[in-house]
Design a protein around this ligand. Structure first.
Ligand code: Z5A
Length: 210
């Protein structure tokens, strides 16, 4: 495992599909760049050649994948992006904005699939070591509203049942309850601008920008 790399910041954006996390991440990147920070945007699974290949497997709606294999593939994609991208960027002092990270695995594979949460958390530690988010946003939106915001062709995960997404949303809320210092639950129902002002309040606090 690599040495401690904490000079930069890691900020992660989470929520069920269609919750608006990517919209808020893009606005945040612009906001921070305008304030002179070096910002890199990553996504999970993805952001390296190997992780993007794993992403294609994971989202392929024609494949059936067992729950444990799915979990291990997400963690494998994560180990790759942590070693190849995050550690060097953090060591350089970069602010990383990542679209999803290990909290998605806790919510989707732990709460959604029902895999043992302590096993899931052990695997996070193996995959990321000491590379932990400094701040995490969870965009909280009722499933019915999220559905209206999604694209037309569902990927393998998006084809899951309403009950699955309810469990995932509950998982994200539990995370916010158990780690209130790091995980900020943001009401994702209002307008993009209103949500963004809640986001910038937290960014300013973390990065002492105001
Ligand atoms: N997954 C997993 O199971 N385990 C893991 O460990 C990880 C992931 C890391 C890929 O995720 C899948 O992998 C995902 C979870 C699983 N699948 N599922 N189900 P992804 O992040 O790549 O894809 P996604 O979850 O489908 O996200 P997305 O398509 O990027 O959507 P989003 O980020 O939540 O929303 P958005 O793109 O910002 O907004 C969607 C639309 O709504 C868009 O037209 C916006 O303009 C609009 N929007 C945004 N905000 C608003 C507001 N406030 N009002 C009205 N309209 C809005």
């Amino acid at each position: 495992m690599g040495s401690k790399t904490t000079r930069g910041r890691l900020i992660t954006f989470e929520g069920i599909d269609g919750s608006g996390k990517t919209t808020q991440l893009k606005k945040s990147a612009q906001y921070l760049e305008q304030r002179g920070l070096e910002v890199v945007v990553l996504r999970e699974p993805g952001s390296t050649k190997v992780s993007e290949k794993i992403r294609r497997i994971l989202l392929d709606p024609t494949l059936e994948i067992s729950d444990l294999t799915e979990l291990l593939l997400y963690e494998a994609a994560r180990a790759e992006v942590v070693e190849r991208e995050m550690r060097p960027l953090l060591a350089r002092g970069t602010t990383i904005l990542c679209d999803r990270f290990y909290d998605s695995t806790t919510a989707y594979q732990g709460y959604g699939r029902g895999l043992d949460l302590s096993m899931v958390k052990k695997l996070h530690t193996i995959a990321v070591g000491d590379v932990r988010p400094d701040l995490t946003f969870v965009f909280d939106l009722p499933f019915a509203t999220a559905l209206t915001r999604r694209g037309k062709n569902p990927d393998r995960l998006e084809s899951q049942s309403k009950a699955f997404f309810r469990r995932v949303a509950r998982g994200f809320r539990e995370l916010a309850r158990s780690e209130p210092g790091r995980v900020k639950l943001i009401n994702a129902k209002p307008s993009i601008e209103k949500i963004f002002s809640a986001v910038t309040r937290e960014l300013d606090k973390l990065l002492r920008l105001s």
